[in-house]
Design a protein around this ligand. Structure first.
Ligand code: AMP
Ligand code: MG
Length: 973
């Protein structure tokens, strides 16, 4: 603190006065030591002279104070925890800067120190304090267990479900920003407090909660523990920080919020006698200087109650009084916040206070959370660069390329650009001849080969949008999706045709089943003359594809992506990756996953080559590594799980490869491994609803912490908002709201409320992602998880509700995800009923793609329920796939395979009738299994074998067949 001393000061007398105060109060001469078990205990040292530095006349007190505040006390040593600087001023007065370690001091101590200093300087006798801080600690340690239990129960209920702050910063160095509090503002605060039957403290508390931008906020309240009269004269850290839970929900007014905050603060204060370690930390602390603290006392005048240089919280808001008037202090940990952010915080808080005091009856949602200046900065940061010059649509871009190889298939067959155009033109004409009209949706059920892009391009050339139908999915689902999208025609090819099954028997004549056309047949039989007739011209507003994502209500949502959105994405991607006609891009993703749009369309738009791999390769790390090498791929866009499979297969990488990871969180360790094996690595983020990728980050070596998702791509907008779609303050976590060129038209035939008008750009549209993000100070976005129950399992986006609604058709049950990253997998919980595990799993298999069918099941006597009747997901037991009887291993291959499974799945024992996937196996684990077998047997075991024969005995029999075949092959040669 800084004091002005009126009149002449005797330096020695001052030193004696301070030394006497330090002698009287044990807190000022206690330091911390560690006992043999490493536990801290307090050591009270003998009184010692307090260091007082006298500065010459003319020394700048401001500067002296700044240096003094930065002093770090040796709290493990013997020094008194107080020191002072004296600066003589012109005219005979002096300024005294007193710095005390925060371990020894609090707001209430300021008044005591001033009172005693005044008495000492005027020669009055000062009484010894009745108790010392140590007595308080002993009182705390002996608190009754029963009383503690009652307090713990209160806090557990009060804070149930409240957000938790990040751990305290390890470096507690603090700095302060000080702003005067205008008279009008403090008067307004007092008036509002009176009107609400609350204190000014509650008004500041409410304002801080509102400024957090959260709907549910914890604000630390510093509460003095000076309720007992004998503590009123003790210098020491007699202050607790109690979390106060304030919920600035959009529908409330600021008046409501003040009353709510006052109630919460009173409750907290009434339950403060709990050890601080039992309470969570709040990100911001509010402390108001005591009314007892005198601003003037005898010859002393309080200039500022300056901090000690050490923070307890990331951010503390102090409402202080000084001889110069009331002040707002924002104390911040320099390891967490920059001076600029702290200043912005102080200014925003004052600005927001002025707004809500102006109109305390207005709904909170109507108040901006950021100042106009911040709003401008945030909006600029949310806007991606201008779109580079690029063709308006992808078919337009592809038309410009006429030479070179467009695509290769898994067997090496190549399709030239000339053939791509000729083939797709013929099929497009045939589609038009079959009545396909511009704007309609055409299903595409295709094998993965060199003609895959040609079929899809044909749909576009006919003016239609394609709907990918994965031949690996159940026929019923394919028909349901085609029906949902309103597809009258499905284009199929080769073996994929059979995936659609026989047309259902029970169709009423009015809703005719879609016509299935064989694309190969159309290409072969289209009359050559037709090729000269004009095809429709595709424009940016036309639909490019409809892609279904999982829907929580049980109905998949068909996302309608436009040519304009797709072209904008491809333009940005082309620029970022500097794609040219020389590139080779491996195409791995199923067409039902929009990463396939990157693989196919950014490549063909550049005149480069798409190297299509089949499903068996996509799930097999060894095969995938081999495909990258064989095709000479220069670009690969894979989900993190696929990169993990590559690494598990011993992939060496290629310095020429540009790697894109996307679809789910990229962890730093994996990123480091990929980067070490490639020329460059990008983390691409984006939901299907905003045309593939919306933000990208180029990963650099030694990236600190989690890998961010980057900045908005050209033409895109990425706002961070709260539930009322207001911009959250810089540095706060909020929902990512995507706008700009990539936003899809909507969900086909459904309105879930996820697509909204752009709140910041008239005429624009936005998609609410449900993803939580935070902007770093440099504007780069960090991913912070989901707002809801949507999950990602090895890159697949799944709403658990969709699986559960299919499950409910046959049984009562819930589905959850167990494990993280590569280990994540679905587990189903069933209540006993009509259908057992086998029947339930079989039913799901007919309704859902394989990645949505749990392979591990737990049968419960009853599903755990919350008081409101909903299922209590947190009470679901850990899955343990134990059965009563096991079939023992018999043959050598069974023993060999079981040893490898046991190792990879980390299980003590494997039985002959164990199912690889029921034990928690998945494609990444499968790659490791076949890797081991390859090493041991010197035999190329395809991962496919595990998928086709997941039961150990069958798998081992398959191994044996492969071995025999290899031996026979060897003999023939
Ligand atoms: P999808 O529509 O399948 O592309 O899934 C989109 C969702 O996947 C996003 O809303 C995110 O939750 C998640 N996601 C996509 N890319 C990333 C990424 N790079 N990092 C973290 N999550 C991601
Ligand atoms: Mg995506």
């Amino acid at each position: 603190m800084r004091l002005r001393i009126r009149g002449p000061v005797d330096q020695e007398a001052l030193r004696r006065a301070l030394t006497a105060i330090a002698a009287r109060h044990e807190a000022l001469r206690s330091t911390v030591a560690l006992d043999a078990d490493g536990l801290p205990y307090a050591v009270v040292h003998d009184p010692a002279t307090v260091p007082l530095t006298a500065h010459p006349l003319g020394a700048d007190p401001e500067r002296v104070a700044r240096t003094a505040a930065a002093h770090v006390f040796d709290t493990g040593g013997e020094a008194p925890l107080i020191r002072a600087d004296l600066c003589p001023l012109d005219g005979g007065d002096a300024e005294l800067v007193v710095v005390v370690d925060h371990l020894a001091f609090d707001g209430g101590s300021v008044a005591i120190l001033m009172t005693e200093l005044d008495a000492e300087l005027s020669g009055r006798v000062v009484a010894e304090p009745a108790v010392q801080v140590g007595d308080v600690a002993i009182h705390d340690a002996t608190a009754l267990e029963a009383e503690l239990a009652r307090l713990r129960a209160f806090w557990a209920e009060e804070l149930d479900g409240a957000p938790v702050a990040d751990p305290a910063p390890p470096d507690l160095t603090a700095a302060r920003v000080i702003r005067p509090l205008p008279e009008a503002l403090t008067a307004g605060v007092a008036a509002l407090a009176r009107a609400c039957g609350a204190t000014p403290f509650a008004v500041y508390l409410a304002a801080i909660a509102l400024a957090s931008g959260e709907q549910d906020a914890l604000v630390g309240m510093s509460a003095a523990r000076r309720a007992r009269p004998e503590l009123l004269g003790v210098i020491g850290p007699l202050i607790d920080s109690l979390p106060v839970r304030v919920r600035p929900e959009a529908g409330l007014t600021f008046r409501d919020l003040v009353r709510q905050a006052a109630g919460a603060a009173t409750r907290a204060w009434a339950h403060q006698e709990i050890p601080p370690a039992d309470l969570p930390r709040a990100p911001v602390l509010l402390a108001m200087q005591h009314d007892e603290v005198p601003v003037r006392l005898g010859r002393l005048e309080l200039l500022t109650d300056l901090g000690s240089g050490a923070a307890v919280h990331e951010l503390s808001v102090l409402i202080n009084r000084s001889a110069g008037g009331p002040e707002l202090h924002v104390e911040y940990a320099t390891s967490r916040l920059t001076a600029g952010r702290a200043e912005a915080y102080a200014d925003r808080l004052l600005w927001l206070l002025a707004r809500v005091l102006d109109d305390p009856g207005r709904p909170l949602a109507a108040h901006d959370l950021v100042t106009p200046a911040e709003r401008a900065t945030l909006l600029a940061g949310a806007t991606g660069p201008a779109l580079p010059r690029f063709p308006a649509t992808i078919p337009g871009a592809i038309a410009a390329h006429t030479t070179g190889t467009a695509a290769t298939g898994p067997d090496g067959t190549a399709l030239s650009y000339a053939d791509l155009h000729a083939w797709s033109d013929r099929v497009a004409h045939a589609l038009v001849a079959h009545g396909v009209r511009p704007g309609e949706v055409v299903g595409a059920c295709l094998p993965r080969d060199h003609l895959t892009p040609a079929v899809l391009l044909a749909v576009w050339k006919a003016g239609a949008a394609y709907l990918p139908l994965d031949p690996d999915h159940p026929a019923d689902r394919l028909r349901a999706l085609a029906g949902d999208a309103g597809a009258r025609v499905i284009l199929a090819r080769a073996e994929a045709r059979s995936a659609l099954g026989a047309p259902p028997q029970d169709v009423r004549p009015a809703e005719a089943a879609p016509v299935i056309l064989d694309a190969d047949h159309l290409a072969a039989t289209a009359p050559v003359a037709a090729a000269t007739a004009a095809l429709p011209v595709v424009v940016p507003g036309d639909l490019a594809y409809v892609l279904h994502t999982s829907g929580s209500t049980g109905r998949p949502k068909g996302v309608e992506v436009t040519h304009g959105g797709l072209a904008a994405f491809v333009a940005g991607m082309t620029e970022a990756l500097r794609l040219t006609g020389d590139d080779v891009h491996l195409a791995v993703a199923p067409l039902t996953f929009d990463i396939s749009a990157t693989e196919l369309w950014s490549t063909l738009a550049a005149g480069a080559t798409v190297a299509v791999v089949d499903r068996a390769t996509a799930v097999d790390g060894h095969a995938l590594a081999e495909a990258l090498e064989r095709t000479g791929a220069t670009v690969a866009d894979l989900v993190p799980t696929a990169f993990r499979m590559l690494l598990a297969a011993g992939w060496q990488g290629d310095g020429r490869l540009r790697a894109i990871a996307g679809g789910e969180t990229l962890d730093a360790a994996l990123a480091g491994e990929i980067l070490a094996r490639t020329g460059e690595l990008w983390n691409a983020y984006g939901p299907t609803e905003a045309s593939v990728t919306s933000t990208m980050h180029r990963v650099t070596k030694d990236e600190p912490g989690p890998i961010p998702i980057g900045r908005p791509m050209p033409g895109e907008r990425a706002y961070i908002v709260d539930s009322a779609l207001r911009l959250v303050p810089p540095g706060a976590v909020g929902e990512l709201l995507l706008g700009g060129a990539g936003v899809a038209r909507g969900y086909r035939g459904q309105d879930t409320g996820a697509f909204v008008a752009d709140p910041f750009e008239p005429g624009g549209r936005c998609y609410r992602t449900g993803d939580l993000v935070r902007a770093r100070p440099d504007g780069v976005l960090e991913f912070h998880g989901r707002r809801d129950h949507q999950v990602k399992v090895r890159g697949y986006r799944i709403e658990l509700g969709e699986i559960e609604s299919a499950l409910r058709e046959v049984a009562d049950g819930v589905v959850t995800v167990v494990g993280e990253g590569a280990e994540a997998h679905l587990v189903g919980y069933l209540a006993p009923g009509q259908a057992g595990v086998e029947a339930a799993e079989h039913h799901l298999r007919t309704r859902l793609p394989a990645h949505m069918v749990p392979r591990r099941w737990v049968t419960l006597a009853e599903l755990p329920a919350l008081p409101n009747g909903k299922i209590d997901r947190r009470a679901l037991p850990e899955p343990e796939a134990e059965r009563a009887e096991h079939k023992p291993l018999s043959t050598d291959p069974e023993h060999l395979a079981a040893a490898v499974w046991a190792d990879v799945l980390e299980r003590p024992e494997i039985w002959a009738d164990d199912d690889f996937f029921t034990l928690g196996g998945h494609s990444f684990a499968a790659t490791r299994v076949v890797g081991r077998l390859r090493e041991t047997l010197g035999l190329a075991v395809p991962v496919r074998l595990l998928f086709e024969r997941p039961v150990l005995a069958d798998f081992a029999a398959g191994l044996e067949e492969l071995l025999v075949a290899e031996l026979m092959g060897g003999e023939r040669a």
